[in-house]
Design a protein around this ligand. Structure first.
Ligand SMILES: [Zn+2]
Length: 283
């Protein structure tokens, strides 16, 4: 029985149904989550990279703009150790390791992703398994990143607590996750106008088990021990669910620009962008 991550109660209502799986909202705190029950240590991602070219396009090329913006903001001109958690195929680990002054590490739970990073990208500091079981020294990283990881986890507190231990005192965690409420609204509109079609993407109920908004991701990070939480905007992934489509990418970028303007005009109250969160260990 799916329950709210925060309240542990079963008081909830169905807010969306996707290919027979319900998305639920906690009646107590408003948290949005999937009723799909996935093993907490699920490691089946990237088992078969069927179409390698497409995978590379999505996981590397389409993320570059976002990674570049991140590097400019937080890495270039500084030095240190960076760890990417849930590193997937390892493209960000490779990217970060090529920036002057930085030593880059990655952890990925799926063997498929790990093998790709090791064999194809020749990553040296790339490890397979759960972050909680790794042997990194405490207080040894300046930055930990999690790109589209936290929404996949049914129980995210332990990985976040482990991240705090691994960060140096001045260090920070940077995470990227969909904005649940915005995705829900978009999915409802899509379903209303076009119906439910096989192959279309909505909220991804089998994979996105917990969907956050500003208040719930803040709560999760605070409960895990982070002291200060800040939201920023980076450019979105330049592709739509793995496929390049010029018009859709244009729309995506326009959405992002609009979100920046709205955020500014509403004194940081309204955020229709993905959530980019910077959480500091010590304020
Ligand atoms: Zn709740």
């Amino acid at each position: 029985m799916a329950e709210c991550l925060f309240c542990k109660t079963s008081e909830k209502k169905v807010v969306f149904r996707e290919f027979g799986i319900d998305y639920l909202r906690c009646r107590n705190c408003g948290h949005l989550f999937s009723s799909f029950e996935r093993d907490a240590d699920y490691d089946g991602y990237f088992e078969s990279i069927e179409n390698e070219v497409e995978a590379i396009e999505y996981w590397n090329i389409s993320h570059n703009k976002m990674y570049d913006a991140f590097a400019k903001k937080y890495m270039i001109g500084r030095k240190g150790r960076i760890l990417d958690v849930g590193a997937g195929l390892g493209f960000f680990v490779k990217f970060a390791g090529e920036i002057k002054g930085w030593e880059s590490f990655g952890v990925e739970i799926s063997k498929g992703g790990y093998n790709f990073g090791k064999e194809k990208l020749k990553l040296k500091n790339f490890f397979c398994g759960k972050l909680e079981k790794t042997n990194f020294e405490d207080n040894s990283f300046d930055i930990i990143t999690m790109w589209d990881v936290v929404e996949h986890l049914s129980k995210p507190h332990s990985i976040l607590q482990k991240s705090i231990n691994l960060l140096k005192d001045g260090g920070f965690l940077f995470l990227h996750t969909p904005n649940g409420e915005v995705q829900l609204l978009k999915s409802k509109i899509k379903k209303l106008f076009f119906g439910e079609k096989e192959g279309k993407h909505y909220l991804e109920a089998r994979d996105h088990l917990n969907l956050y908004k500003k208040s719930t991701i803040t709560r999760l990070l605070k409960e895990s021990g982070f002291e200060t939480i800040e939201f920023v905007h980076l450019p979105p992934i330049q592709s739509v669910a793995g496929k390049s489509d010029y018009i859709k990418v244009l729309a995506k970028n326009l959405w992002w620009r609009t979100s920046q303007v709205l955020y500014f005009l509403t004194f940081k109250k309204m955020n229709i962008d993905n959530l980019f969160v910077l959480a500091k260990k010590i304020s």
